[in-house]
Design a protein around this ligand. Structure first.
Ligand code: DO4
Ligand code: MG
Length: 277
C-alpha cells in the first residue's frame, strides 16, 4: 500500500487501484502500528478514483506534524567521503570513529515546513561552495517506535561547510529546501527487502552529470538499531521520519548547480524528482 498526501486529501494506492479520503487527518491515519494489515479494508470504503484523475492532483510532502531526523556515516562510502572533505580541519578522525562506534550518528534534519516533495525545488545555501544531494531510504516510525513505512529522502548537504568543521553540521544539513521526501509513504506488510536498490541520476540540461546506485544491504547498521537510539530519550507523538544515511557520494570535483535535476528511485517506493533552485 502506498499513501500520498495531495491537495484533494489522502490518496491510498492498493495495487493499481486509487482511493481518496478528502477529510481524514494525516497524522492519525499514518501513526498506527497496524496500518499495513488493517487500513486496506477501510480504504476500500473510500471514494474510488482513476489513475488519470489522481494524476491531476497536486502532491504535497507526505508529512504532517512529524520531525525528520537523519543517520549518518552508515555506509563505507559516506565515511570515506567525509574523512577526505574534513582532513584539513582535523575532523576526519571523527568519521572513522563513529563508523565503528556502538552509538550511531543521528542528527535533527528538518521541521515539516522545511520539507519539499517530488516536482518541488530543493535549495543550496548561498554561503556554500560545494553541494550534493544524498539519496537515502527513509523510515516512517510510529509513536510506539514501530517501523511501518518507507519513503525516499534527499538529504541535501553542504560539503564545504561540513568539511570546514564537523561542528558546523547543523548548518550544512538544515536550511530551507534542504529536505525532500516522497512521493508517497510505502507501507508494506513485511520489511522492505535487503536487496532494495537506491538509484540516483543528476542531469544538467541534456547532460547526465552523475549516475550511481547501491543496495540497502550495504549499510553497516540495522534499521531497528538506528530507531532504538533515536527513541532512547525522544518521544514522537505523531511518529517521525528517519533518513538512514547515504551510500552514494559523487566524486570531489562535483558540485550541484542551479537548474540541475536530481532523480532518486528506490525499488518498491517510486521516484523523487527535484530541481535545484
Ligand atoms: O556526518 C555527516 C553527515 C553524514 C550523512 O548525512 C550521511 O552519511 O548520509
Ligand atoms: Mg545523509
Amino acid at each position: 500500500m502506498k499513501v500520498y498526501n495531495t491537495d484533494k486529501g489522502i490518496v491510498a494506492q492498493l495495487e493499481e487501484q486509487y482511493f481518496l479520503a478528502p477529510a481524514i487527518d494525516w497524522d492519525k491515519f499514518v501513526n498506527r502500528d497496524d496500518i499495513s494489515t488493517n487500513a486496506p479494508s477501510e480504504i476500500r470504503g473510500w471514494q474510488s478514483i482513476t489513475k488519470d484523475v489522481f494524476a491531476t492532483y497536486s502532491l504535497r510532502p507526505p508529512i504532517g506534524t512529524q520531525e525528520v531526523w537523519a543517520a549518518g556515516v552508515t555506509y563505507l562510502r559516506s565515511r570515506d567521503a567525509r574523512m577526505e572533505e574534513s582532513k584539513d580541519s582535523g575532523g576526519d578522525t571523527f568519521y572513522d570513529k563513529v563508523y565503528e562506534a556502538e552509538r550511531p550518528e543521528i542528527f535533527f534534519k528538518s521541521t515539516p515546513h522545511r520539507v519539499v516533495t517530488t516536482n518541488n525545488n530543493v535549495r543550496i545555501r548561498k554561503d556554500s561552495s560545494w553541494n550534493v544531494p544524498e539519496p537515502e531510504l527513509t523510515l516512517f516510525i510510529t509513536s510506539a517506535g514501530k517501523i511501518t513505512g518507507y519513503t525516499i529522502g534527499n538529504d541535501m548537504s553542504s560539503r564545504s561547510i561540513e568539511g570546514e568543521n564537523p561542528l558546523y553540521l547543523p548548518q550544512a544539513k538544515s536550511y530551507d529546501g534542504s529536505t525532500s521526501i516522497g512521493p508517497c509513504i510505502y507501507f508494506p506488510e513485511r520489511p522492505i527487502p535487503a536487496e532494495t536498490e537506491i538509484a540516483i541520476e543528476i542531469t544538467r540540461g541534456e547532460k547526465t552529470m552523475f549516475v550511481a546506485s547501491i543496495a540497502i544491504n550495504r549499510m553497516k547498521r540495522r534499521h531497528d538499531e538506528l530507531v532504538g537510539f533515536l527513541y532512547r530519550e525522544c518521544s514522537f507523538p505523531t511518529g517521525c521520519f528517519l533518513m538512514t544515511g547515504t551510500g552514494i557520494v559523487p566524486a570531489n570535483d562535483f558540485t550541484l548547480a542551479s537548474g540541475d535535476v536530481i532523480t532518486i528511485t528506490i525499488d518498491h517506493i517510486g521516484t523523487l524528482v527535484n530541481t535545484v533552485e
